[in-house]
Design a protein around this ligand. Structure first.
Ligand code: SF4
Ligand code: SF4
Length: 441
């Protein structure tokens, strides 16, 4: 009977970590549905980007209120979870505050965790007010209805509960230490939870132990639940912001990539030794290479990683000139749609024993319309604004390329311009021989 709590704890731990590992496997399988990209350039710059943008939150503070509060929540959440290590060891071994022998350093750690927990609570309250009372424009756009709105609020409630449990646990623990109850080693400094402790004065030892144990169990079970909730939430960025900033764009701002398939074709055309009757370059199965992207499998792995990393913060949309002027385009929605479609494809594969079975749907048309794609001015403002180095523009460009090169479905104005370039070598509808006519007018 004495080992029962340890066994139950181990079962929770194994189940929580096991399910998390399963989700990571799904995530990796889905990202690998995209085209492989070789990333071996600017490696030191990439590490710097990761350290500055993901770890240092550099782009978050461009908007200081949200940025600083986000740093509180982020730091609090990451650092307080160091304390989870102690909880896990205590849970497995049946000990209590196993790191207590660290002495005054331990006191310092617990005190700083408590202060951070308080700052996290302040951050959460302000975030909730901004979303639900002040209703900032970027949080109430059409794509933020339903699950995305609920998810954003759920995570705030969740963090609030976790931080409160941590403080309640410490408050009851401090009372038990004060009463000299065996097993409750005298350790830790409690600058915040001491105020909660006043409410517990006069409680019996049994009641205090029930409060402390309940808060302890709910705290660790809550953390394991949170770990597994991440996959279904925009909060996956807590983990993915790191690889995403590493693989983020390091090219000069606004530089667009050439389409590899077109580059190959042009090189072939320019090569005098090329066989003009040779079959066009294509995939391993001999099918000609597709130009651009109509579905998630046509995008590359970095673009798919981008989709899973999106925090749905809407900074991109709030800076997008197309969105600001009332067009249908929202770069945040492009990322959310890409993730939704990728999830749909992933579930299809799971249902069909590892094979994707055609479902008559695709990203283009069923999720993202041509109207949205053509509203983009390719100004790059969304890429600049993104705090985790996401590039919605690259997806827009690839889907436009598909429309133009596979479907000849460019808007009339563009078709006219491209026809003119083809026929006259200039975007205007005038013959090259007439180009000096203006001088005679
Ligand atoms: S590049 Fe396109 S999507 Fe991005 S901000 Fe500019 S117009 Fe909007
Ligand atoms: S793409 Fe970046 S800026 Fe836009 S919503 Fe996602 S995380 Fe925020």
């Amino acid at each position: 009977m004495g080992y029962l709590p340890n066994i139950i704890f181990l079962l929770f731990l194994v189940a929580g970590i096991g399910y998390f590992a399963r989700n990571i496997k799904r995530l990796s399988r889905n990202i690998r549905l995209g085209k492989k990209v070789e990333v071996n350039d600017h490696i030191s710059q990439r590490w710097k980007n990761m350290a500055r943008i993901a770890l240092g939150q550099r782009k978050m503070v461009v908007r200081p209120v949200a940025g600083i509060l986000h740093i509180f929540v982020y730091l609090g959440f990451i650092i307080i979870n160091i304390e989870v290590l102690e909880i896990i060891i205590d849970g497995v071994l049946g000990t209590h505050r196993i790191f207590a022998p660290l002495g005054s350093f331990y006191d310092f750690l617990i005190a700083s965790f408590e202060i951070l927990a308080l700052l996290v609570i302040v951050g959460i309250v302000v975030f909730w007010i901004r979303r639900n009372i002040l209703r900032l424009q970027r949080f109430i756009k059409p794509e933020m209805k339903g699950w995305p709105k609920l998810d954003a609020n759920l995570i705030l409630y969740f963090e609030l509960v976790l931080m409160s449990l941590f403080l309640i646990m410490n408050a009851a623990d401090a009372q038990l230490q004060h009463l000299g109850v065996p097993h409750y080693t005298k350790a830790g400094s409690f600058p915040v939870s001491q105020f909660i402790g006043h409410f517990f004065e006069g409680f019996s030892i049994g009641t205090l132990m029930t409060i402390e144990r309940t808060a302890w169990w709910l705290h660790i079970v809550g953390i394991l639940f949170f770990l597994n909730y991440l996959y279904y939430s925009k909060h996956l960025h807590i983990l993915l912001a790191f690889p995403n900033t590493f693989y983020g764009k390091v090219n000069p701002k606004g530089q667009l990539d050439n389409l590899e398939a077109v580059t190959k074709e042009v090189k072939l055309m320019m090569d005098p030794s090329a066989d003009p009757y040779a079959a066009p370059a294509g995939g391993d199965d001999g099918t000609p290479e597709k130009f651009g992207a109509s579905d998630v499998m046509d995008l590359n792995r970095i673009q798919l990683l981008n989709a899973y990393t999106c925090t749905e913060c809407g900074r991109c949309t709030s800076e997008c000139p197309a969105n600001i002027t009332g067009k249908k385009l929202s770069p945040r929605k492009i990322m959310m749609d890409t993730r939704d479609r990728l999830e749909e494809v992933g579930k299809n594969i799971e249902k069909n024993k590892g094979q994707f079975v055609e479902d008559g749907k695709q990203l283009l048309g069923d999720y993202i319309t041509a109207e949205e794609l053509w509203a983009c001015t390719s100004c790059n403002a969304c890429v600049e604004a993104c705090p985790v180095s996401i590039d919605p523009l690259s997806i827009i460009m690839d889907m436009r390329r598909y429309l133009v090169m596979e479907q000849s479905a460019a808007p009339v104005e563009l078709n006219n311009m491209m026809g003119n370039i083809e026929n006259n070598g200039a975007p205007w509808p005038f013959n090259q021989l007439d180009r000096k006519n203006w001088a005679d007018e």
